[in-house]
Each structure stands twice: as structure tokens, then as C-alpha cells.
Write a protein that binds this ligand. Sequence first.
Ligand code: BTN
Length: 261
Amino acid sequence: MSHVVPQIFRYESIASTNSTLKERALQGAQEGTVIVAKQQTLGRGRGERQWHSPAGGLYLSLLLTPNFTIRPTDLALLAGAVMTQTVKSFFPSSLSVGVKWPNDCLIQGKKVGGVLCETIGEPTRLAIIVGVGININVPSSELKAFDSRPFKATSFLEVSQGKSFELDKVLESFLKFFFKAYEVYQLEGFRFIQTLWEKECLFIGKKIELKETGLSLGKNINSASIQGTFLGIDESGALVLSTSQGERKSFVTGEITCCWS
Ligand code: BTN
């Protein structure tokens, strides 16, 4: 089992922590390298979207170079669950905080953070870049840039009505939770991630709408929306729905666009 020790490199402003870490990985950076920036000028999100990254947010990327066969999607789910644990640890338990498949974190139904996992190298010798963005001291005026998404955006600052948080405390907490969980995953396998992820998810048993997406020539294409009861994730990390016809269906891609409580 590899015990990863984080080594943090800090930047005032860079294009994207994921892009910088990718370059460093290609130059032989060590597992555990963490890049943190106070702001990003070209922050990237899932599905080729931009990730608006003004000062006040936490933008980090960490490097894993596992010496065992790994599914990068496992780590993306793990990062989403761990980010949710981290966010929870800063707020009272009365607040609803949970992970939305596959790896967004929501507070009171609004998105506060997301994960972009990228890989380089051969399937047998992968370097995995786990990129995490959390809106911490981001004022409400800056959150409008996210509002075209199905779930509106929020920040720690907005939720706590103006109280600001130490970014380093959130970073420290995320890294502590992440590396501890990564060790347990190496011992117990995906079942551990599945249990943790489902524990941190607020949608299980609820009716949701999923917009199915697919890839065509490397670009996201949208297709139909489907509604059903969210049952959880299966052993591959796919979202599992029970349709109104009582059929059990798994989805590897797609986006939850609505949830009924
Ligand atoms: C999403 O929900 O679309 C994923 C957002 C991931 C954003 C983070 S911020 C740090 C890292 N660097 C990037 O360019 N993106 C990720």
C-alpha cells in the first residue's frame, strides 16, 4: 500500500492548477504533489465547461501515480465524497450538505464545489490528476457566472451570511480526509468508495431527472432526459435508476438536472 505524503506548491494566479500539475507530472513530479492557486484565469470544469475561479475560492490539484491497477473514475467519486465530508465539517449538521452524482457537492441544493479528474500515461502506469474547486470566500456577485447550470451556485461565504473561512484550514481538512480514504480504498477496494459515496449522497430513494450525455468526436452531446428513483451507484460507479416502469437502469454518463424531495 502506498502512503502518500502531500507536498504543496502555491501560486497567486495561474491558468489552471490541473494544467500546471499535468506539465509537472510529465516532467516527473512525485506522487503527492499538490498545486494550489489563489485564483485561476482558465479554470476548467467537467464537460469542457469553464470553472469560474475568482480570488476567495479554493483551487487545488493533487497527483497520484498508483503502482496498482486503478479506475480513474473511482478516484473522481472518492474526491466528490471526501469534498462533501470536508464541507460538512465546517457547518452545523442541520444544514443539508451532500454529493450529487458523480462528484458535485451541494449545500442546501446549490453547488459549492466540483471535481475534474484527468489522466496521463499508459493504462498500466497512469498518473491521475484530481482537481477540486470549492467556492469558499466567493461573494454572491461572483456566483452569477455559474447560474446557467441546472443547479445554482453558492459559497461558504453566502451560506454563512458573510463569515469568511481560512482557505488553508479547508485545504488541510480535504487532504487529510482524502489521503486517509485513499489508504482504506487500497485495502478494501471499490466497495469502500461505494459505501462512503452513498453515505454522503442526499438523493438516494428520491425521484430525479437525468439528462443523458454522450461523447461524439470528443465533444459532449446531449440526448433524452429520463426520470426515475435514484437507487445509488453500482460496482462500476454508474448511477442506478429505477424507472417508472420498474426497470433498473445504469448510466455511465449524464447529469442530474432535477431532484424532487
Ligand atoms: C466541475 O464541477 O465542473 C469540476 C470543477 C473542477 C474545478 C477545479 S479548480 C482546480 C482544478 N483546476 C481546474 O482547472 N479545474 C479543477
